[in-house]
Structure formats: C-alpha cells, structure tokens
Design a protein around this ligand. Sequence first.
Ligand SMILES: [Zn+2]
Length: 283
Amino acid sequence: MPELPEVESIRSMLEKRVLNKRISKSEIIDIKAIAKPEPALFGKALLGRKILSVGRKAKYLIFKFDDTSKLIIHLRMTGNLIYIDGSSNLIIKSDENGLPRHARVIFNFDDGTGLFFCDQRKFGRLWFYGNGENYTSCGINRLGPEPLSAEFSEDYLCKQLAKTQRQVKTVLIDQSVISGIGNIYSDEILFKAGILPQTRACDISDERAHLLHDAINEVIAHAIKANRSSIEAYMLGASEQYSDLEDMNVYQKAGKKCKICGAEIEKLKIAGRSSCFCPNCQH
Ligand SMILES: [Zn+2]
C-alpha cells in the first residue's frame, strides 16, 4: 500500500507531467472507483478542465483545476496512476483491450497524453468537488498532522502517546493521530527508534518519545528521497513495485538477519497487521 513517501513521489512525478494540461475526455471503466459525484456526472464535470496544481495531504492526491474545482484521489491498497505519452518505450502490461492492466478510469489530455487510474484490488477512490464545494466528505478533515509538518511537534506526539494504552504500532498507523504512515514505515520507524511494536504507548517515556519523533521524521524524509526512481518506473508501467523494499531494515524481513546486530528479525500480528522487528535492537 502506498504510504506518504510513495504518494509524495507520485505527486511530484505527476506535477512534472500533467500541469497545465486540459482534460479532453475521461472514461470510467469501473463505476465503483468514483465516490462522488454520480459516475454519469463525473466525466461531464471534468471535461475541459485544466490542471493548475497537483497537491497532497497525507495519502490523498489533490488536483486543482482552473475553475477551483478539485479531483481528489486516494490510492488505498493497490491504486496507481500510470502516465502514457505515446513515446514511451517502457513495457506496460496491458489487458485484452490494450489498456494498462486493472485500468478503472482513463483521463485523456488535449495534447494526446493520458493518465490511467489502475487498481487491482479496487479499494482506491476518486472524488470530484465543484467550485466552492466543501471537500471534507472524502475523509481529509479527519486526518492528524503529517510527519515533517510544523503541527507534528515533539510535544504533540508525547501527549498522543501518553493518553492511550494502545500498542505503539497501532497508534503510528492511526491516520487521525499521525497521517501518512502505514505498515511499511511504522515497522521501519520503530526499528530506528529502538522501540518494540507491542509496547503500550503510555509506557513510552518522554525521552523515548523524542527519539520516536526524530525517527518518524527521518524515516519519512529518507523514504521520500529514496522512492523517486522506483516510482518513476512504476508510474510509467515498467515496475511492479512502488518502493525499494531491499532498502528496508525490518519490513517483510522476518527470518532474515538484522543488518545492525545479526539477530533474527521476528514477526508479530498487531491489530491484524504483521509487524516485523529486531528482538535485540528494539526493546
Ligand atoms: Zn538488531
């Protein structure tokens, strides 16, 4: 599942390619992908709109148009946006209709290029909000501050941890507490901070909470930089993966040796999610 760093990389790649392009046609292949408005109105609403900016809030992508209307996309589990300019030599796996695999919505631009919203597991959603319309129904107003933002202070994190007995892993992936972190980066953050994922949040001292705060910002900042090249390939349809999983220390490394101490990485289920950690480096 794409997390904040992957969505930020996708945003930055899109910005380079679709800015100032006008939508000449959109085609809905799977109406379930459209959360708002009615699918029949969606295409009409977007027709002729020019993209003025590509923004992001946590894991949401926000396209702003020339009439201040907005298209908001949440990729969820397996959603992706593939850009096709007609001159790409990259291998794009296509279905029997010649479309990229799992294409759900297609946007054609007036210069002949196109953007495909593809989604194997079909959890991703698109919302269109007209000029001046309140756009909170997509859930964007329920998000906590994101890492690297001014609102995400050490003090904020200490208070959030102190008030709950939930396990710290669960708190890190709660979008209403901190937005943008999922299963991959919560594992990596806890490894960097030296904290076991099952630790009760309220048992974490302020001193360790400060280490955790630093780890959150450092891991996310590093991942945003590290992801760029693999996302580029993914967006052009040449790669199967968003991020370079080889670069990870513990995520999906159960049974492998810890890169720091050589101990075997272990795995636990926490709130239904697998959580990998080093029993020696984390306590
Ligand atoms: Zn270790």
